[in-house]
Design a protein around this ligand. Structure first.
Ligand code: ZN
Length: 294
């Protein structure tokens, strides 16, 4: 049976096609819309649109622990945070499309937009005292030491007082931004502000700040280390561990070595067969694509 899909039906299918087995996809479609295309119809529709199946699909149905983890972790987290946490937990790196597919299939939402919390998102700790949050005394000492005082102007921003803790444990501070009238009421990550103040410069685009000891409440400037997101991705993906400032800085150096080696592996070279210079697609490629018959 062939039938024209409505835009809603097409969007529903396109979102799930890459990560859902076809049989399950067609069953879900029938349950949702009361009819379903044939398997053949589905495949030719997908290929017309250039849709492909994700390689190495995640078997959500066969792993309730994956689903349980995602259900509890996805709300309030960005795709990067979700991929990092899932990898730490199960040793599998989820692509953005797999995460998007999970959300669509299981009806779970991040509640974030472009990595920032959506307007109206109220963290569970908002307005709570340190007592209510159960923060131990030794951490309070450090928090007091790094809390903003009136008249204390950080590098790019001015704190206007209130602090809150996001669902994933980061302290945010309410700031008024200099030189910007339309954005003078924002919450920013406090550890970024502390880093900027301690280092006397603004963070560059693509730079992030990590907690060397892994404790998101330890805002001691000595515990805050800046790195690029690319370096961070390699550290996480390669499972390079760090536990303090020194090991964290070593982890960054290892990531830089890996990046340099990977760049070197992709340098143009002479084909071992025809002698022409070509740009390899992978590090050990000895022959050009033409000689490889591709
Ligand atoms: Zn060649």
């Amino acid at each position: 049976m062939s039938r024209r899909k409505t835009p809603e039906e097409a969007a529903w299918l396109a979102e799930r096609y890459p990560g859902t087995p076809n049989r399950e996809l067609l069953e879900g479609f029938r349950a949702e819309f009361g009819w379903a295309p044939t398997l053949f119809g589905l495949c030719s529709w997908a290929s017309d649109r250039g849709l492909r199946k994700d390689r190495g699909q995640i078997d959500w149905a066969g792993h309730p622990e994956y689903v349980g983890f995602m259900r509890s972790f996805v709300p309030g987290h960005t795709e990067r945070e979700i991929a990092d946490a899932f990898e730490r937990e199960f040793g599998i790196r989820l692509s953005d499309s797999k995460i998007g597919n999970f959300k669509a299939r299981f009806g779970v939402r991040s509640g974030t937009a472009g990595g920032r919390f959506e307007r109206g998102h109220v963290p569970t700790n908002k307005g709570k005292t340190w007592d209510e949050m159960g923060i131990p005394e030794e951490k309070r000492e450090r928090m007091r030491a790094t809390q903003f005082k009136p008249g204390n102007l950080p590098w790019t921003t001015r704190a206007v007082g209130e602090e809150r803790v996001t669902r994933d444990g980061y302290i945010e501070v309410h700031v008024a931004l200099h030189r910007s009238e339309r954005a003078n009421d924002q919450w920013v990550m406090k550890h970024r502000l502390v880093w900027e103040e301690a280092n006397g410069r603004a963070l560059r685009p693509g730079e992030m700040v990590v907690f060397a000891d892994g404790d998101k409440r330890n805002l001691d400037p000595g515990n805050l280390v800046a790195m690029t997101m690319a370096e961070h991705a390699i550290i996480v993906r390669s499972g390079i561990a760090y536990a303090d400032r020194e090991t964290c800085e070593t982890a960054i150096r290892i990531a830089r070595v890996k990046m340099a080696a990977s760049r070197a592996g992709k340098r143009p070279r002479r084909c071992a067969s025809c002698g022409e210079v070509f740009e390899p697609r992978y590090a050990r490629q000895r022959r050009c694509d033409r000689c490889l018959g591709r």
